[in-house]
Ligand binder design. Structure first.
Ligand SMILES: Cc1cc2nc3c(=O)[nH]c(=O)nc-3n(C[C@H](O)[C@H](O)[C@H](O)COP(=O)(O)OP(=O)(O)OC[C@H]3O[C@@H](n4cnc5c(N)ncnc54)[C@H](O)[C@@H]3O)c2cc1C
Length: 323
């Protein structure tokens, strides 16, 4: 980042709750505990700051990326030349918007959750309110924004199943509402459906900057919502390594198969590169047991891809976003 660009950003953010930082190691912001430096990094607490910042970055022709809990990203050791943004404060709030009666006398509620809100917080809130629909997300350590962007899913459900709409910010800092029907939703991906050239999302490489998501949730019984969440969590604990640095499933499942099954069948459980290894508990988890670098993780990733390709002629695609 040029000196002039740094000066502009320092001046813009000087009086904000959290001002811009430079050359920030992203290992501290990724659950893989590895990654190069971001040229700029800032926590943003309210919409007006976000709009000003995005407008300024656009003017300065600086790339940026919004991250959530860092549970599905890996910044290469070369680093990220733009600005990493995290949504905090107002973006972590949850609110009822309205209720409506739908089929079978069932009541539905429209719930707004900020892009920076953790799924854990949202689920605890849903339990307290007795609202059902998001239970299969229990144990996914992401934010609402990151999980929508990744169309996170588990046990046959996806976050988009009960998504109603989004509030997004474009590259000029304008807020726009995006309905679920305007999204192209696929396995671990949510994008805008192409709709002409009027959209201004070309700059960030992050195309969907989610400031709020609206979910359509069913009224349920508190204890039942709680016990469904607990059952999904228990299932996770049994099958997946816990308390280690990972990004969850490292590879996407190929059609009609499971990446973990293929990796295990290729004899790769326990394979390591430096302090990074293929988990002996779940072969689709790459775990960082110490000071493994992004390069170690990517080297092991390529070894796994190569070995699986040699044995099954299937090329595994990373689910983790490599930045
Ligand atoms: C132990 C473990 C278990 C996991 N289990 C699952 C699972 O069962 N199912 C599953 O799908 N995933 C799982 N994951 C992966 C991960 O938790 C999810 O993909 C999660 O939804 C990512 O959210 P995040 O906030 O951490 O996003 P990040 O990792 O911070 O970012 C992911 C992507 O989203 C973008 N992004 C983040 N916030 C926003 C925003 N506000 N607006 C626009 N884009 C944004 C980032 O730029 C990046 O491209 C697991 C991860 C771990 C560590």
């Amino acid at each position: 980042m040029k000196q002039q660009q740094r000066k502009q950003l320092i001046a813009l953010t000087a009086d904000w709750p959290s001002s811009i930082q430079f050359d920030v190691p992203m290992a501290s912001y990724s659950t893989l505990r590895a990654g190069g430096k971001a040229a700029g990094f800032i926590d943003i607490y309210c919409l007006s700051e976000l709009q000003e910042l995005v407008g300024c970055l656009h003017e300065q022709q600086l790339i940026f990326r919004v991250i959530g809990r860092g549970s599905n990203i890996l910044v290469t050791d070369k680093g990220f030349p733009g600005v990493m943004i995290r949504l905090k404060g107002a973006f972590e709030q949850i609110a009822f918007k309205k209720s409506f009666d739908a089929e079978n006398d069932q009541k539905f509620y429209l719930v707004q959750a900020g892009g920076g809100c953790s799924l854990g917080k949202l689920l605890s809130w849903c339990i307290m309110q007795g609202l059902s629909g998001l239970e299969c997300m229990a144990g996914i350590p992401g934010s609402v924004g990151g999980s929508v962007r990744m169309n996170a899913g588990a046990v046959g459900g996806e976050i988009s199943d009960c998504l109603h709409s989004l509030d997004c910010v474009d590259d000029y800092g304008h807020v726009m509402q995006v309905l679920r029907s305007e999204l192209q939703l696929s396995y671990r991906k949510a994008e805008f459906k192409p709709r002409g050239t009027s959209l201004n999302f070309l700059h960030s490489g992050n195309s969907l900057l989610v400031v709020s998501a609206y979910f359509r949730l069913r009224s349920g019984i508190k204890e039942q919502v709680r016990s469904r969440c607990a059952a999904f969590l228990a299932q996770r604990k049994e099958r997946q390594p816990t308390g280690v640095a990972s990004a969850g499933s490292f590879f996407k499942n190929p059609p009609h198969d499971a990446a973990g099954r293929l990796i295990e069948a290729a004899g790769l459980k326990g394979r390591c590169c430096g302090e990074v290894l293929v988990s002996p508990k779940h072969a689709n988890f790459i775990v960082n047991t110490g000071k493994g670098t992004a390069t170690d993780i990517l080297t092991l990733m390529e070894q796994v891809q190569e070995a699986v390709f040699q044995k099954f002629a299937i090329r595994l695609e990373p689910e983790v976003e490599i930045i």
